[in-house]
Design a protein around this ligand. Structure first.
Ligand code: ADP
Ligand code: MG
Length: 389
């Protein structure tokens, strides 16, 4: 069971007057001017920061931002530190490097990816980080699928290392989905490419009572079944993924595909739209959403579920006329009495755009880490905080 033995704040011991290094996930989207476009991830870390400060700890926050491979002012965390200061109405000190840490109760370190050792899980960098603190708290579940110096190696260079509140909640909620879901367990899986998510599809075909497919990832299944899909999203890897999924024993009992699709004559907001039912798409057209009959069928399955996991938009929802199917799924997920867990950056963005983000049990911030966890992989960042270590 992947949740067993995760050390948490209760295992941290006395931190009064001590310095705690907190690995947060402030890898937030920035707008064109370099300002924070969505601060959800920053806000979600605040309960852990508050809990530690109430216990008298001085905090050194460590995060990455983007994928710089060297010092690059475009990816500085300084504006993020300022944004945090605004959110909590307190001073947040800023450490431009590991050798220049100012005094203060709350200090943010510059982007840890400016250090070349971070992504190689370099023990020397981990030792330098560890030397800065008496204890380590990881609240960056979204980075737990990577063995990096600030997420994995560091635990061997501090006396105590535990999960923060957000990290713990992610592991608990996702773990419960795997271990003891209230049934029926329904997975709604969408997104652009079947090949990207074959592990998740296969896993939920084992775990769930029903798997509802939608979005671009469903079109290869029609192609493999001999239907015409026109210019709809589909690539060789996804055709192969669909063939492999369909060849698994038991798939047909659990897997549902759309029964009708909205098709467009071009991928643009002013496209002409039609419904393809039964699914048979001419060469010049492409599928862009699930259509009303599928929306209703899927909504009914979601309404009767005990637990729902949703990952991946069921249409190209970023374009307003293509968003109705994803909106219908979001509404059904928000309205059902089931336990509802939503994972994935774009699904979360869709939910938020429809104003339904507070109407689900758990909106995971874990992105790729959440999907890997659900596939059953051992995440290095989770393993590092598990057991007596
Ligand atoms: P998540 O981030 O929630 O895991 P993905 O990244 O797998 O989701 O997929 C999201 C993308 O899939 C969205 O940008 C959406 O526009 C796209 N998508 C879904 N269906 C279609 C479609 N029919 N045509 C084009 N893009 C689609
Ligand atoms: Mg995505």
């Amino acid at each position: 069971m992947p949740t067993a033995g995760l050390r948490n704040l209760d295992d941290l011991g006395d931190v009064d007057g001590r310095r705690v290094l907190v690995r947060v996930d402030f890898n937030v989207p920035l707008d064109g001017a370099g300002a924070v476009a969505d601060d959800t991830r920053i806000r979600l870390a605040i309960p852990t920061l508050d809990a530690l400060r109430e216990r008298g700890a001085c905090l050194l926050l460590v995060s990455h931002l983007g994928r710089p491979d060297r010092r690059d002012p475009q990816w500085s965390l300084r504006p993020i530190a300022e944004h945090l200061a605004g959110l909590i109405s307190e001073d947040v000190g800023f450490a431009p490097s590991l050798d220049e840490i100012p005094a203060g109760a709350l200090v943010m370190l510059e982007n840890i990816r400016f250090e070349p050792g971070e992504t190689n899980n370099d023990p020397a960098l981990a030792a330098r980080l560890g030397a800065l603190a008496d204890a380590y708290v990881n609240d960056a579940f979204g980075s737990a699928h990577r063995a990096h110096a600030s997420t994995e190696a560091i635990v061997r260079h501090v006396e105590r290392s535990v999960a923060g509140l957000l990290f713990e909640r992610e592991v608990q909620t996702l773990g419960q989905l795997l271990d003891e879901p209230q049934r029926p367990l329904v997975a709604v899986l969408g997104g652009a490419k079947a090949a990207d998510k074959i592990g998740v599809i296969n896993r939920f075909l084992e775990l769930a009572d029903t798997v509802l497919l939608g979005g671009g990832m469903s079109y290869p299944f029609f192609a493999v079944g001999g239907r015409r899909i026109g210019r709809s999203l589909c690539d060789e890897a996804s055709l192969e993924a669909a063939r492999r999924v369909l060849a698994r024993p038991g798939t047909s009992d659990r897997l549902r595909l759309p029964v009708d699709l909205v098709i467009a004559d071009r991928f643009s907001a002013d496209a002409e739209l039609l419904v393809s039912d039964p699914i048979d798409i001419d060469d010049e057209w492409e599928a862009i959403d699930i259509a009303p009959r599928t929306r209703e069928l899927y909504a009914r399955v979601i309404a009767e579920a005990g637990t729902v996991f949703w990952n991946g938009p069921v249409g190209a929802f970023e374009i307003e006329p293509f968003a109705a199917g994803t909106h219908a799924i979001a509404r059904a997920v928000a309205e059902t009495d089931a336990i509802t867990v939503v994972g994935g950056g774009d699904s979360g963005a869709a939910l938020t755009r429809f104003g339904l983000q507070d109407d689900v049990t758990h909106l995971s911030t874990g992105g790729g880490a959440a999907l890997e966890f659900l596939e059953g992989n051992v995440l290095p960042g989770v393993a590092a905080l598990t057991g007596d270590g």
